[in-house]
Write a protein that binds this ligand. Structure first.
Ligand code: SAH
Length: 228
């Protein structure tokens, strides 16, 4: 009898909509990510776990798992799932990592990192997006994500150095404070290029005084803007 009651409760707590999103998420990970040769297991697991539909505006729910970016207001976007996975896998995230993200946006990339690494610090320049993303991340229980409303150009000195830095807005050049705040042996991934035009995802690796840069992928990101 007890088992039957538990089963009924479980059934009632899983709405058909949740099931739909779960299967949308599974096919997103299979077709958009694994089929395109991203095999970093922690990244795949995190992308399967994070409810992307909770990070998009309610009028775009049906497109939450589509193969593209979506507008989130204020001229900004939540990145395409493949790009989020690509950038996450590129830093080869480990459990003990402390990661800095520049460009919180919806909070989706931060949530993906949150399931993999120990601490996520994320900076957003637009106050309204900072407010909504920090509330959303708190509401969804991502306790190891700390948000700040500031110009990410300067990084976050109080918590530096970082094992990895992910920049999700395109800059014409790599902000020197971010390189400084990278740990020895750390990795940074950043789209570099002109606003809305040709940009390339660049991987930066720091080994002592040596900085190696590798061009990875042509991309199109919203611009990295500067505070006053
Ligand atoms: N990572 C986000 C996508 C971000 S879009 C997500 O998962 O949803 C890029 C974001 O970078 C925008 O929200 C934009 O406002 C922010 N941004 C641009 N320049 C910035 C800067 N100098 N410092 C911090 N955030 C910045």
């Amino acid at each position: 009898m007890f088992n039957i009651i538990i089963s009924i409760l479980l059934f009632l707590s899983c709405s058909p909509q949740d099931d739909q999103y779960k299967s949308d998420r599974e096919s997103m990970v299979r077709r958009q990510i694994e089929d395109r040769e991203i095999h970093n297991q922690p990244t795949l697991d995190a992308m399967l776990a994070v409810p992307r539909h909770k990070f998009v505006p309610s009028n775009l729910l049906e497109r939450a798992y589509n193969d593209g970016p979506l507008p989130i207001g204020y001229g900004q976007t939540i990145s395409q799932p493949y790009i989020v996975a690509y950038m996450t896998a590129a830093i080869d995230p480990k459990k003990e990592f402390k990661v800095l993200e520049i460009g919180t946006g919806s909070g989706y990339q931060a949530a993906v990192l949150s399931g993999i690494v120990s601490d996520v610090y994320t900076i957003e320049i637009i106050t309204e997006l900072y407010n909504s993303a920090s509330k959303r991340l708190r509401g969804l229980g991502y306790k190891n994500v700390i948000c700040k409303n500031a110009d990410g150009y300067y990084g976050w000195k109080d918590f530096a150095p970082f094992d990895a830095i992910i920049v999700t807005a395109a800059s014409e050049y790599i902000p020197p404070p971010l390189i400084e705040q990278l740990k020895d042996g750390g990795k940074m991934i950043i789209p570099v290029g002109s606003p809305f035009l040709n940009q390339t995802l660049i991987l930066i690796e720091k080994e002592g005084e040596d900085i190696t840069t590798t061009s990875l992928l042509p991309v199109r990101f919203v611009p990295f803007t500067r505070g006053n």
